[in-house]
Design a protein around this ligand. Structure first.
Ligand SMILES: [Zn+2]
Length: 263
């Protein structure tokens, strides 16, 4: 278990407000709360007082991330002991008071980054939400059995899926396929004959672009390239069209020079 590198300030909670350890339970989820306050500092000062009967691991506001309790310990936050021992809790500072409890855009961005970081370090995989699940990977306080609250509020709660999607995009960026660039080299034009039936191959995709029948003469072979150790030619037509269609060189042979009637 570790803590977030995004933390800008440690503000230790009073030890009467949380439990040491997690009763051997592994972190399996993240619970989002709203602070019901527009002041991030007021969250830290509340948890620092003895006998508050509540705590969270983190608080976010603007670009700031405060930490109150080590992730290795159990915070008292979702009114459900099963949830408390298995989750990391985040308090989110509001930008407006009741009843809307709005969240400022920069606070939301910081929350997304912190959620992604917690998920990654604790190997939570792709985040998903489901208020009916026993152990949702991402949840709001009010999703928990026993909780009677609007927390994380009417502005933040409907955005849990967006938080999950954004955090997943950070932790599992789409794989960009880098295609090898086919490097064609100009040669003096060749005219060669197919020794056998040859497939014309799109060297970008490996797709079969057509056949050349045995004995056919291919003229205007103006470029060559090497792919996977094999040499391919490209015709003037493919070059002009920008097609990466290659013809396997070893399947071609020189034209037999016409026999001179004098010899
Ligand atoms: Zn809450």
């Amino acid at each position: 278990m570790s803590n977030s590198n995004l933390v800008t300030k440690w503000w230790p909670a009073n030890q009467t407000n949380y439990n040491w350890g997690r009763e051997g339970k592994k972190i399996q989820g993240i619970v989002v709360h709203h602070g019901a306050t527009t002041s991030l500092d007021s969250i830290g000062s509340t948890f620092a007082r003895a006998n508050r009967n509540g705590s969270a691991h983190y608080g976010v506001g603007g670009s700031q991330v405060h930490q109150y309790v080590d992730e290795a310990n159990t915070t008292w936050h979702c009114t459900n002991w099963y949830g408390n021992t298995r989750t990391v809790s985040i308090e989110t500072t509001n930008s407006t008071a009741a009843p809307d409890w709005e969240i400022a855009p920069d606070t939301f961005e910081t929350l997304v980054k912190l959620v992604a970081d917690i998920a990654k370090r604790n190997n939570l995989g792709r985040l998903w939400i489901n208020p009916k699940a026993d152990m949702p990977v991402l949840s709001g306080h009010k999703d928990w059995y026993g909780a009677s609250t609007v927390c994380p509020g009417p502005s933040l709660y409907p955005r849990l899926q967006e938080i999950a999607d954004r955090a997943n995009a950070i932790n599992f960026p789409p794989v960009v396929e880098v295609k090898p660039v086919v490097a064609w080299i100009d040669i003096s034009p060749l005219e060669l004959k197919a020794k056998e039936k040859i497939d014309i191959i799109d060297l970008d995709t490996g797709a079969d672009k057509g056949d050349i029948q045995a004995g056919m003469v291919i003229s205007n072979l103006v470029q060559e390239t090497t792919m996977n150790g094999k040499k391919y030619y490209r015709t003037l037509y493919s070059k002009t069209k920008g097609f990466n269609n290659g013809i396997l060189a070893e399947a071609l042979e020189p034209m037999v020079a016409p026999v001179s009637p004098d010899s």
